[in-house]
Ligand binder design. Structure first.
Ligand code: CO
Length: 137
């Protein structure tokens, strides 16, 4: 079912300071911040040769990332994102196999303009997994 690792997402409590660290300590190329009000986050992308890192900062009231920061002071790893070619087929197969999909189960449009769903962390021993539909190239 799954393809490439699309990204690893890290929550940070101070996006400017985090971007500064990635740029100046690691020499990373970091995108401009992109607000995603529908997801309650501001995100930047760090492109690596084989995948991406995303840094997430809470945006607005009731951001899911704010709750994460209450439990993980300063920030931490939030989720990994795996690519699938057909998100509806993947979702239906996962539900069939007993997985729990977060929200109403319908894909939302994610940071890269592609449909995404999230699986409940209890399915994968504590790790939140995002699936993103990426057309096979
Ligand atoms: Co993500």
């Amino acid at each position: 079912m799954i393809g490439n690792l699309n990204h690893v997402a890290l929550v940070v409590d101070d996006l400017d300071a985090a971007v500064d660290n990635w740029q100046n300590m690691l020499g990373a190329t970091v995108s401009e911040p992109q607000p995603l009000p529908e997801h309650g986050v501001t995100v930047v992308f760090i492109d690596l040769p084989n995948t991406r890192i995303e840094l997430l900062e809470p945006l607005g009231d009731g951001s899911p990332v704010s709750r994460f920061l209450e439990k993980h002071t300063g920030g931490g790893m939030h989720h990994i994102c795996l690519e699938v070619t057909d998100i509806i087929a993947a979702r239906d197969e996962l539900i069939e196999k007993g997985a729990r999909i977060l929200g109403n189960g319908e894909p939302k449009i994610g940071a890269h303009g592609n449909p995404v769903i999230f699986m409940h962390p209890s399915n994968f021993h504590g790790t939140l997994i995002e699936l993103e539909e990426v057309q096979a190239s």
